[in-house]
Design a protein around this ligand. Structure first.
Ligand code: MLT
Length: 241
């Protein structure tokens, strides 16, 4: 019997979904999960997602490199913000990172109760995530980080991309998944153009962070999945068949 795939558009709606024994794929395209996959693909040994600023700050004393972002900008007292470009060229290889962001780390936190497994998804490792999920014989919930409880375009479009990649292997179990699959398939040839109208893309453009947007919209740059083990996100290489 085919397993089910469904979409939750925001952490504010997660209570309406049954997480139990599902694989939850948390997505925050601009930029949290794109940054996490980039960091793990460039040798960072683990990332501990933390919902609140104070806890993240306190982890510096425990030897973590701390990274924090609020409203698209580095948070006060944090050297590292939330740009994927920061981690290229193995800049922080071997380091343990504690990371807090406006929406992405909260979505991870709200996915923990009952899930069989938590993955982080991004366009830059879309095929690796799809390949892995095909081998797991589990129902899937794609959890979009959104923006402060609201629907956002980029995370929902990613959900459509993953549903589209898995449509032959899974039953599409909600209208949201049907809608996003259709929206993605209509716009997949021009992701940049379509998502240039997204509210957070405009917010980042106002901060002159265009390069991050372009980077986060590349497909399949990395063949790893990001998986939560205990409290830490770690990389698992995936061989694409
Ligand atoms: C978030 O968590 O909301 C995003 O990652 C914000 C950002 O990086 O601009």
């Amino acid at each position: 019997m085919k397993k089910n795939i469904e979409v939750c558009f925001s952490p504010a709606l997660i209570h309406l979904h049954d997480i139990n024994d599902k694989i939850v794929v948390v997505v925050d395209i601009f930029r949290a999960t794109s940054t996490m996959i980039t960091a793990l693909s460039n040798g960072v040994s683990s990332i501990t997602p933390v919902a609140d600023l104070e806890t993240c700050r306190s982890m510096k004393a425990e030897g973590y490199l701390i990274a924090g972002e609020r409203n698209g900008q580095p948070a006060d007292g944090f050297l590292l913000g939330n740009s994927p470009l920061t981690y290229l060229d193995n800049a922080f290889a071997g380091q343990k990172i504690a990371m807090t962001t406006t929406n992405g780390t909260l979505a991870i936190e709200k996915s923990k109760s009952g899930a069989r497994e938590i993955l982080i998804g991004a366009f830059i490792n879309l095929s690796a995530t799809a390949q892995y999920l095909k081998t797991q014989n589990a129902d899937i919930l794609i959890h979009c980080a959104g923006w402060k409880g609201k629907f956002n375009l980029e995370d929902s479009l990613y959900a459509g991309a993953l549903v589209s990649a898995l449509a032959e292997d899974f039953s599409i179990a909600c209208d949201g998944a049907i809608a996003m699959k259709s929206l993605y398939e209509t716009n997949e040839s021009d992701l940049q153009g379509f998502l240039s109208q997204a509210s957070h893309a405009k917010r980042l453009q106002n901060h002159n962070i265009e390069a991050d947007i372009d980077f986060c919209l590349q497909l399949d740059q990395y063949m790893i999945i990001g998986k939560l083990k205990g409290q830490e996100l770690v990389a698992q290489p995936i061989k694409i068949e």
